[in-house]
Design a protein around this ligand. Structure first.
Ligand code: ATP
Length: 798
């Protein structure tokens, strides 16, 4: 038995040979005897080749194949798997200088005939071999293509390295599975249409300039190496093709391979492919593992390898080298980086460029991480209504928000105004803005650049307002890497048809742009699903009116306005209501708190000065710029005043408050935040609002309740400015409900220490507690962690 388990017959070969083949074989039996003795194919073949040396010399004389030579070279393979004996008669005469093999006409039972490296021109003897299965007549001088009667079961034929020029109809050779016609002179492929079992075809090194005649052959392997092909064609129906060798041609494009979905290996060495983009033609061939573009001009392209690996992510071998995991990751990061990678790069870029600029302290850069500048970001796919809702929100809540105007390199739409909707700038300007560190984040969208500048935020911050912007998801991811900690609200279309309707109604977008926008809905939805808490709120935006209502509600809850309104209503309903201890005429002061971990306000916390979120409310600096106040503005101011009072009343004095009390009282000085967040005192000068230090807050608070703790200096500053201007001065310090003078005396502004501004906006902090995952609906939020409050106190007092 041989390695593969094949067994050889124990009877002598001569006795096994039927008919004339037996006669021929009986002339010489040593090889057969040897086979018999050794019982293995390898030994037998060695024996045959050993003998062939002698014969070769003999045949060199005239090139005529003789029966004697045949008997030395014939052998039999057999299989005894099931008890039945299957014999396979093989004649192998390689390199015998044979030119005349007519004697083979008598060997009708031959099944495998190997005659490579001879000088044979005529193969007509094969007509007498009806059982022939394999024929190897390579390296001969045959010029006639299949000029013999077709053996019924002829499966494999090797005519490589002959002199054939023209193919002919092979419909009679329906059993053919492998056909090797390399190194001939064929200029056209033809006659194979009926070879319905042909799986392997090799026509390397011929003169074929056009692929044709392959129709729907069941080819799995096709080699057309070394021809004159300039384009790939005629392969579209070769659905079974797995291995394709088109090397050494003049092919410039990979077009024509798109349908070969089973293709696993493609050799295009030594062609003229010069564009990486050509790989897009084979991009969808998911089984393609091995590609060679060796010695194509495309290899000279920068980043050629990574680009190809990126386009063909299933490749395991490129240009005969294994593709590593690192290369795959690098290619993705280079050509289709995940959002987080883009955001990280974007962030690093802007950070580095900013650091290269002279350092400036910004209003929007609050002194500690506990006091991030408040921002509201509306995100969602293009045209989902976020822009309209952002504007509307900024209009309605103009005491709290102003629109952060981004920069873009796209041109303005009809009706858009530069400096209102966007700052429309050229790409050069945009790039120079990046390089001068002006941007916080940027994205590329629809072939244009968009970016939010520090100045855009700063301009809003300088007015004492929170910045409200709209942006795509990538912008959100990038912004999340910055020290800003906005609230993020996702506006998501849930009815695609309606969304498409909105897009169409705008009349701005091409079909491709609309398709791209629609496809991003899934991205947003997935982000929301897979990253709990990534968005603070998710609002369906199929109906913009409904969406705005929900948004408005959410924002009011962020701002703790809901309860103020409720309070107002209660006050109106019961003018004697003294539960808050204030004059019913006075509207409660509204702490505009962007804090809180979810969307529901907590009045208890809002009124708790030790709660960090309490200390976050807005100053309205515009009030100073616009002395004429509307009744609504005044009402709002009063609401805020009231909240400050409520917050102060009833709190126990902390340890530090006692210190403050004693140290603060003697000197009429003011306390400021310096730019690094340190508290310091300075002479108050003649300004009454600074007459009393923040250190006196506990005293003032104490005057209300005797139990107050000092407020954080930022709140003090805010209160000072607010109350100084707007609280009626009729109340005295001893009033249970203090008036503006008292509070003005209790606080001091420090804004004038900020470069570039003469008023200091005190902006609401967003405590870290807000970072808990938000439910997509407006559900009540958990109370802030006690630890957080303590932390807030520590910050406040320290
Ligand atoms: N700085 C930014 N960062 C990230 N995304 C931004 C930025 N500025 C604008 N975008 C977003 O880029 C997208 C394209 O903006 P553009 O104004 O061109 O679109 P639009 O067709 O008007 O859609 P929309 O009405 O949603 O803004 C929008 O989704 C927009 O919100």
């Amino acid at each position: 038995m041989n390695e593969t388990g094949e067994q050889f017959p124990s009877a002598s070969l001569s006795s096994c040979l039927p008919g004339s083949l037996t006669d021929a074989a009986s002339a010489e039996t040593p090889a057969c005897t040897e086979l018999e003795e050794n019982g293995g194919m390898e030994v037998k073949q060695m024996s045959l080749y050993k003998r062939s040396g002698k014969i070769k010399q003999h045949s060199k004389k005239d090139g005529v194949l003789t029966a004697e030579m045949i008997s030395n070279s014939i052998f039999q393979l057999g299989r005894f798997g099931t008890g039945l004996q299957h014999s396979f008669y093989i004649l192998s005469l390689p390199s015998h200088n044979l030119s005349d093999i007519s004697v083979l006409c008598s060997y009708v039972h031959l099944q495998k005939l190997e005659l490579p490296h001879n000088k044979i021109q005529d193969l007509s003897c094969v007509s007498h071999m009806p059982y022939l299965v394999m024929l190897d007549a390579s390296y001969n001088e045959i010029s006639n293509f299949f000029e013999f009667q077709p053996p019924k079961n002829l499966k494999e034929v090797n005519f490589s390295h002959n002199r054939m020029t023209k193919m002919r109809d092979l419909s009679a050779y329906a059993s053919l599975t492998k056909l090797d016609l390399d190194y001939n002179s064929f200029s056209e492929i033809s006659g194979l249409e009926q070879c319905c079992r042909l799986t392997h075809l090799s026509l390397a090194h011929n003169k074929i300039s056009r692929i044709s005649g392959l129709g729907g052959l069941p080819l799995t392997h096709l080699c057309l190496r070394g021809n004159h092909l300039e384009k790939i064609e005629g392969l579209e129906h070769l659905k079974s093709l797995q291995v394709l060798d088109l090397s050494q041609n003049r092919i410039t494009s990979l077009s024509g391979l798109e349908n070969l979905h089973l293709l696993g290996s493609l050799n295009l060495e030594k062609n003229l492919v010069s564009e990486i983009q050509e790989c897009k033609h084979i991009h969808d061939l998911l089984l393609l593992r091995d590609l060679s573009l060796v010695e194509n001009p495309v290899q000279e392209q920068p980043d050629y390898k990574l680009a190809v690996i990126f386009l063909l992510q299933h490749l395991t071998v490129l240009d005969q080298e294994a593709v590593t995991v690192e290369e795959k990751v690098s290619s993705v990061n280079m050509y289709d980086p995940p959002m987080d990678v883009v955001a990280a790069r974007d962030h690093i870029t802007h950070l580095v460029y900013q650091l290269m600029q002279p350092q400036v302290l910004y209003e929007s850069t609050l002194p500690s991480t506990d006091f991030p500048y408040p921002m509201l970001v509306l995100t969602g796919p293009r045209g989902c209504g976020k822009r309209e809702l952002t504007h509307r929100l900024c209009q309605e809540f103009n005491e709290y928000f102003a629109y952060g105007i981004c920069h873009t390199t796209r041109g303005p739409y009809f009706g858009e105004e530069n400096g209102l909707d966007y700052h429309f700038v050229s790409e050069e300007v945009f790039q120079s803005m990046i390089h001068t560190g002006k941007l916080i984040q940027t994205i590329q969208y629809g072939g244009h650049s968009y970016g939010l500048t520090r100045d855009a935020v700063e301009n809003v911050a300088r007015e004492g307002l929170a910045c409200c912007v709209h942006m795509e998801l990538e912008g959100v991811v990038s912004l999340k890497k910055s020290y800003f900690e906005p609230r993020y609200i996702l506006l998501i279309p849930t009815q695609v048809e309606k969304y498409i309707g909105h897009l169409k109604a705008r009349g701005l977008y091409t079909q491709a742009q609309m398709d791209a926008a629609v496809s991003r809905i899934e991205l947003y939805a997935n982000t929301s699903r897979q990253r709990p808490g990534f968005f603070d709120n998710v609002i369906p935006c199929d109906d913009w009116e409904d969406a705005y209502k929900t948004l408005r509600q959410a924002v009011k809850e962020y701002l703790l306005l809901e309860e103020q309104e409720e309070g107002e209503n209660n006050n109106r309903a019961s003018p004697d209501n003294t539960s808050t201890g204030h004059n019913p005429e006075e509207k409660p002061l509204s702490p505009v708190s962007m804090s809180g971990s979810t969307l529901t306000s907590h009045s208890a916390r809002a009124l708790d000065p030790s709660d960090i979120s309490y200390r976050s409310y807005f100053t309205k600096i515009q009030e100073e710029l616009h002395p004429q106040k509307s009744s609504t503005e005044l009402a709002s101011i009063r609401r805020r005043e009231q909240l400050v009072r409520e917050a102060i009343v009833g709190k126990s004095p902390g340890v530090y408050s006692q210190l403050f009390k004693s140290s603060a009282q003697p000197a009429p000085s003011s306390v400021h935040n310096d730019d690094s967040g340190n508290i310091f005192q300075e002479d108050s000068g003649s300004d009454d609002s600074r007459a009393s230090s923040a250190l006196s807050v506990p005293s003032s608070a104490g005057a209300f309740s005797g139990l107050a703790e000092p407020l954080h200096v930022s709140v003090m500053g805010h209160a000072s400015e607010t109350l100084k201007d707007h609280v009626p001065s009729s109340q005295t310090p001893n009033d249970p409900h203090p008036g503006a003078d008292q509070l003005a005396a209790a606080v001091s502004p420090s804004s004038d220490r900020r470069p570039g501004s003469n008023v200091k906006p005190i902006l609401p902090p967003i405590p870290t507690g807000r970072r808990t995952p938000a439910a997509p609906s407006l559900s009540p939020s958990p109370s802030p962690k006690p630890g957080m409050e303590e932390e807030g106190d520590a910050n406040m007092e320290g």
